[in-house]
Each structure stands twice: as C-alpha cells, then as structure tokens.
Design a binder for this molecule. Sequence first.
Ligand code: PAP
Length: 330
Amino acid sequence: MSNAPGTTEEDAEYKKICENHKHLIETLPKCNGWWTPHLHNYNGFWLTPDILKANLLLHTYFKSHPTDIFLASFMKSGTTWLKALVFSTLNRDSYTFSDHYLHKHNPHSAFSPLDAETYPITDFTNSLTPRLFSTHFARTMLPACMSSCKFVYVCRDPKDVLISLWHFMNKIRSKDVPPLSLDEAFELFCLGVSDYGPFWEQVLSYWRASLEYPDKILFLKYEDMKKEPEVVVRKLAAFVGKPVTVEEEEKGVVREIVKLCSFENLSNLEVNKEGFEKFGRLVNIEKREFFRKGVIGDWKNYLTKEMKERIDGITAQKFKGSGLVFTATG
Ligand code: PAP
C-alpha cells in the first residue's frame, strides 16, 4: 500500500473516498447484519460499513507486487489453519519445529488483512518477501493489479460454514442485542446475506478464476485438508515455489508441518488460548474464538433434515455446470 498519506493530494483522495462511502451507505440495498446492525450490498456482495470502506481504500491505495501471496477464503472455511500451513511451509528453513514462530504467535499475525480499514494506509515496503495477505473479499471485488499474484483459496461445506459462522457471530455480537437464533442465521445464509456473502458466489469467483489461471490460484477444500493434510502441504510447497525435496521427505518435514498446524496442537498453545488478535484498527477478536471444534460435519448436530436439504439444494443449483463439487459430508 502507498506510504502514509498526509500530503494534500492524498488527503483530498481520502476525503473523496469517505464521501463516496457515505453516499453508498445511504443508497445501497441493506439487510440485517449478523454482528453489525446492517450489511450493504455492494457489487453483489454483502459487506459491513467498515469492510465496504476497506474495499474502497484497497482499490485506491493498494499496490501489489508480483511476489505477493494472498490467502483467500469465505469466513469460517479454515483460514486460521491454512494461514498456519502456508506460513510454516513457506518458512520451513527459518524455524525448527521445537522452537517455532507459531508457538508464540497466532497464525493470523503472519498475514496482513486486506479487509481492515487501515488508513493511514499501512506501508508494507519493509515486510518480508513474499508479503503475505489475507482476504474474504470475492475475487471479483479485488483490484485488477492482483491478477498477477498467487492466491491460495480454501472452501468448506456451507453447512459447516453456517454453523461455525453462527457460533462465531454470536460471540462477537454486542451483548446489548439478543443472540442471533439459528433459524434467523439459516434464513439469512440461504438468502446469501452474511458478511462477504452470498457464500456460493464468493466461492465461485475463486473457482472460476482457478480454472482460468491454475498456476495463479490454488483452490483447496477443508475436507480434503482434513483427510489428506500431507498431500495439501506438498501441493502448497510446490505452489509457493519451494517443492518438498527428497531429503525433506526423509526427514519427515511434511509430517512435522501437519502436526504443528493441527487443531489439537494450535488450539492447545497458550498463545491461542489467551488474548486478542487485532485486525486493522477496528476489530479485536479473542484468539480462542478461532478454534472451536475443527471437525467435518458438526452441522449434523444442529440442522434438521429439511434445513440440510435446502442448503444442499441451493449448492447443487448454484454450482451446476461449474465443475465444482463438495465432498459429501453426510
Ligand atoms: P475466520 O474466517 O474467522 O478466520 P476460520 O479460521 O476460517 O475463521 O474458520 C474457523 C474454523 O476453522 C472453526 O471451525 P468450527 O467452528 O467448525 O470448529 C475452527 O475450529 C476451525 N479450525 C481452526 N484451526 C483449525 C485447524 N488447525 N484444523 C482444523 N480446523 C481448524
């Protein structure tokens, strides 16, 4: 992102964005939010007012670099886990598995969030190469300059996403308002109304891009990561340009990465049990909220047969003809 604004020209630019933002908030279609009073529909996607502003800022200020790596996901699809995997795979020569960065830091801290409203825009020029960024924005909501960069995307069965999201949103939702009921969350989710939603369109934006640019977008599924984490680590390593060597295989490096990043390990580290993770200026989230159950199919404990059939029906209809299928989770 460009260096600290402060010149008259940049201030004028920023003022223009604020005015545009105000105008958009007043005129865009809006709906009930999950943890904010409202979500606004901008270019087909539902965003909170702050995230909408972050998107406007991103388009004005962000300068990508060809070596940048972006981790994209829909909320609650395995972002925390994938951040840990990408970071430890990429930096496997810099740490030992007995004394690792991830023992002392939450995986989110290794990535700069693109979706945080960070004016004055953070200067990333001193960041290590490759710079690591994360986003929940749909591919079509991102500036064109990023098309030459590499993206790792993770998606997850929408039924598990819904349940994980519902739990999470009720944790971060103001205690001054009643909790969001599962019925309400379900209805909103099916209508596509949730932060960064509709879920299906967000997933398809990356799926389509991954078909068009397979060397630029690695499309992963949470369920595959659970079933064959070692295969995913090898894919990640090759994708970021550091394929696993025969020597590393013999030393069990892949197994060590998988163990380090496992739910059991990460969720039991002191660093992930206490304290907050800061996303930009505005959002602080308790680190333990990123670790709940970490399993496939928890939706079975919450959704009725009718609810399951409705979501599966929407998924089948939305993904029809795209070539994207979800591994059945029941
Ligand atoms: P975010 O969008 O807020 O960053 P994200 O990390 O994508 O959240 O998703 C959180 C989910 O991943 C939680 O799922 P659950 O509610 O169904 O349990 C969380 O438990 C799960 N998760 C976190 N870390 C891991 C991990 N190492 N392995 C597997 N699942 C994990």
